[in-house]
Design a protein around this ligand. Structure first.
Ligand SMILES: [Zn+2]
Length: 122
């Protein structure tokens, strides 16, 4: 059975909606963060409730898993059949929802040019 996405306005896995990978709700403190993130503070997720991959960034998902191959003595990475969610991931992509609550992504500009090394010719 395919579980539909619990996020308001999302058509993930609905009839005529996109086919997506869905994730179970976490427990405890992380669950609270998820509910705030999807703006359903009063929502009580059941064992069938899911949030789909569309609400996560690429950094929240793992597409490969790495394992140490002792026989060969090297690290191997294996492509996962379906993306896996990182343990601390919280939904942040909420298209079609009021944006006033959405997580603000701040881009920090990294200053690469320090004081130019000036060669003083005396
Ligand atoms: Zn969704």
């Amino acid at each position: 059975m395919v579980n539909k996405c619990s996020v308001p306005n999302c058509r993930g896995n609905y009839k005529n909606g996109p086919k997506v990978t869905v994730f179970r709700f976490p427990k405890g403190e992380l669950l609270r963060k998820w509910l705030v993130a999807i703006r359903r503070n009063d929502f009580k997720p059941t064992s069938n409730s899911r949030v789909c991959e569309l609400h996560f960034t690429k950094d929240d998902l793992e597409y490969v898993t790495e394992a140490y191959d002792e026989r060969r003595g090297c690290l191997i990475s294996v492509q996962l059949p379906a993306p896996r969610l990182r343990k601390t991931a919280v939904p942040s992509q909420l298209d079609g929802c009021p944006s006033y609550l959405s997580t603000t992504v701040t881009y920090r500009k990294i200053q690469t040019l320090g004081k130019k090394d000036l060669i003083m010719n005396k």
